[in-house]
Structures are given as structure tokens and as C-alpha cells.
Design a protein around this ligand. Sequence first.
Ligand SMILES: Nc1ncnc2c1ncn2[C@@H]1O[C@H](COP(=O)(O)OP(=O)(O)OP(=O)(O)O)[C@@H](O)[C@H]1O
Length: 264
Amino acid sequence: MHSAEAMPRQATAGPIIRVEQLEVRFGDFKAIRGLNFSLAPGELRFLIGPNGAGKTTLLDVLCGKTKPSSGTVRFKDNWDLAKFQEHQIAQLGIGRKFQSPSIFATLSVLDNMLLALKAQRGLLRTLLAATAAGQRERAIGHLETVGLAHKSGLQAGALSHGEKQWLEIGMLLSQEPELLLLDEPAAGMTDSETEKTGELLVRIGQTQTVIVVEHDMEFVKQFASIVTVMHEGSVLREGTMEEIQADDQVAQVYLGRRTERHDD
Ligand SMILES: Nc1ncnc2c1ncn2[C@@H]1O[C@H](COP(=O)(O)OP(=O)(O)OP(=O)(O)O)[C@@H](O)[C@H]1O
């Protein structure tokens, strides 16, 4: 019997995520078909692709919300994620942020963080059996990371849309995930919030592995190093944004037109 909570974290030399021949069916429809994907620890990977390509479904599989119909999904080459429930996968160290923020609007920003710390994974909770002062320090530390320390006393409901998203990312960080899954973190943000979100992702990417699903190509261009392009439930291409932009097949399926190539 697997018990995610009882297991210590293990360092890994191999990929943090290894997906092989993944298939996800909804009835007769295959949302993911024969998908292979791997991710090295410490990567900040952007996932792009046209509507319906299967990006969200892939994140759903990685966090345990959706189960594979076939194929394997391994975390740190050790954990077969299909065997775990969503909350166990969170305890293993995979944190997922959905598009709509789930913060407590009537509580202060700091109290939201403190609540998230209380909910942190079992082993950590024991190890850190933290003093109130220690918890507070950690909460403030995460608020500093997401740029909200100066708003810690404010009611969370009074934050701007972008700030709420950052607070939720901060709350996710307090779970100390090794892999963070973010679905369109900059959606609906102002230009300046979008810019700050990109900088935040790069900063978080220095200590954690991150997968970001994103539609905003300007955002991806600005902040991505390696991009995975999905199409019809599998990986079409992987590479730098430059390589992806120069790829005719990507242009055809993703942009619906051929790229203008200067060497043509
Ligand atoms: N629960 C479900 N039941 C049936 N079909 C589903 C379900 N979830 C997703 N799908 C279908 O699977 C396909 C992939 O959806 P998914 O949301 O993963 O794509 P996506 O790449 O994230 O798209 P978008 O960019 O529009 O969010 C779509 O055709 C979608 O309609």
C-alpha cells in the first residue's frame, strides 16, 4: 500500500516527470493520445498549443485530478502517479494552481498564508512543528517571494486580480512543492501584472520545477527557455521559442498559417 505522507522526499538524477505513451479517454474521445513527455528537475517549462490540444488534461493527470486510461506517469522515476489520489500527489510534492483563485476573501493576506502553512504536507508539518513566530516568518518569506509582504495586513478580497493570483501562488509555495503546475497564471492581468508574474515565475523556477500552460505568446516569448507544443493530445515539438517559431508544422497547427521564413 502506498502512503505518500509517510515517504521522505528523494533527490533524483533523472527526470522529475516522465510520461510514457499516455492516453486519456473521455468516453470514445481521446484527449491525450500516445503522449511522451519528460522534464528535468529545475526546469521552467512552458506548455502551449491550440485550444483542445490537451494541455489542461495533461496537468490534470500530473496532479491526479484525471487518471490515465493507459500509459505511465512517473514522478522522480519512483512514484507511479496513477496509483495515488489527488491529495496524496500534493503530499508527494506536486502543487497545482487552477485559473480561479481560491483564497479566503474576508481574511487578511497573512492569515491566508498562515492557513496554507497549516495545511502543508504531513511530514513537513511534523518536522517544522513550527512555533507561531516561525510560521509567521515563513509566511512573510513567501509573501516577499510573491511581492505581497507590504500588503500582508490587507483583506485578501481587496487585492487586485493579479495580486490574488500571486497570493495563491504564495499559498502554493507554502506547501513546499517540488513541482508546480500553473494554468494560465497571467490570464486577465494588466500588462504590468503580467510582467511581474513572468519575473515571479523565473524567480520561482530557480528553486522549483515549474510547468506553465500559457496562451499569451508574448508572455511565453519573454519568459520561456524551453517550450513544449502540444497538438491533438500529443507533443508536436519541443525547443526554444526561436526553434518553435521557425517550425512550419507548429505554424500550421498552432497559428493556422505558414511561418514567414526569411530563408525561403
Ligand atoms: N471531462 C471531459 N470530458 C470530455 N471531454 C473532455 C473533458 N475534459 C477535456 N475534454 C476534451 O479534451 C480535449 C482536450 O482538452 P484540454 O482542456 O486538455 O485542452 P487544452 O489544450 O487545455 O485547451 P484550452 O487551451 O482550450 O484550455 C478537448 O477537446 C476537450 O473538449
